[in-house]
Design a binder for this molecule. Structure first.
Ligand code: NAP
Length: 266
């Protein structure tokens, strides 16, 4: 019997797709979640919270590999620290971490940067916690998932006029494709920081929102707004993009046209 793979965030957009991939390859999978869930054959849930440390020890105990997909807008550095401390004590053989393209290129130097883009700083700090942990690790940076733009578009479409940051471009990617790559990395040897994964095309946020508005038969004026700060400046220079690594297949248009939850990855 092989050791189970622990997937933190295995209930989230990305993590649940990673879990499905790993189960397909015959792995035993364990998921850490803050809420109680019933398990199934080859699939176990452990209730715990990476922010408080509760439940982490039993989650990592006996796990061979961890795929760390738990995350949120804030505090990913602390969550990663709690996880790696427990994983180191448990002798985990491989920690796979998902970060974001641009984590190392978007400067978070002022209060304005932190208020709007602190997420990127916390992903970089979490990457460093993983890399400095002494655990064999693999870190993959991906661009934003289609689901994120869908949520944003749904929120923004409630406004009569939609403000968008001027000059920002994004390279949406299919979460299923990222999950497939993470599962592949989890089954392979620790590889350190691996090449970025970006979606097939980059678009202005106005284009992404415009696509959503057209697909849902709505009309809203979209107004560009120039954001202050060094992080916003880096965004306008494309620091969040991976044009050399536009390896994703599924486009935003494909995503909008497809039934909810479907994926191009077989
Ligand atoms: N979304 C994107 O566009 C994007 C792009 C690049 C990288 N990433 C990274 O990919 C990862 C997953 O993103 P996602 O969009 O799939 O996130 P998501 O759908 O918001 O899911 C977040 C997951 O994190 C878990 N979680 C949050 N706080 C936790 C805590 N304190 N303790 C334990 N579990 C916790 C949640 O589990 P429970 O609620 O069940 O506890 C949930 O499963 C994140 O690290 C994110 O930074 C995301």
């Amino acid at each position: 019997m092989t050791a189970p793979v622990l997937v933190t965030g295995g209930t989230g957009t990305l993590g649940r797709l990673v879990v499905a991939r790993l189960l397909d390859t015959g792995c035993d999978v364990r998921v850490l979640s803050r809420r109680h869930h019933e398990g199934a054959d080859g699939f176990e849930f452990i209730t715990g919270d990476l922010a408080t440390g509760e439940g982490i020890e039993p989650a990592v105990d006996g796990a061979g590999t961890i795929v760390h997909c738990a995350g949120g807008p804030k505090g990913d550095e602390d969550k990663a620290r709690n996880l790696v401390q427990a994983a180191s004590r448990a002798g985990v053989a491989h920690l796979v971490y998902i970060s974001v393209v641009g984590a190392d290129r978007i400067p978070i130097v002022s209060r304005v940067d932190r208020a709007m883009f602190g997420y990127f700083g916390s992903k970089l700090a979490a990457e460093r916690v993983v890399a400095d942990s002494g655990l064999p690790f693999t870190t993959l940076r991906a661009t934003q998932f289609h689901e994120l733009f869908m949520k944003l578009a749904q929120q923004m479409a409630k406004l009569p006029v939609i403000p968008v940051p001027a000059g920002f471009r994004f390279q949406p990617i299919d979460a299923g494709e990222v999950a497939a790559r993470l599962a592949e990395l989890a089954l392979g040897k620790p590889a350190g920081l691996v090449p970025d994964m970006g979606g097939p095309r980059d678009h202005g946020l106005d284009e992404l929102l415009g696509g959503y508005l057209r697909a849902t038969g709505r009309h809203r004026p979209i107004v560009p707004v120039r954001l202050p700060g060094k992080a916003a400046h880096a965004f306008r220079a494309g620091a969040n993009l991976a044009p050399e690594q536009a390896v994703g297949l599924r486009t935003w248009e494909d995503f909008l046209a497809a039934p909810v939850g479907s994926s191009v990855v077989p």
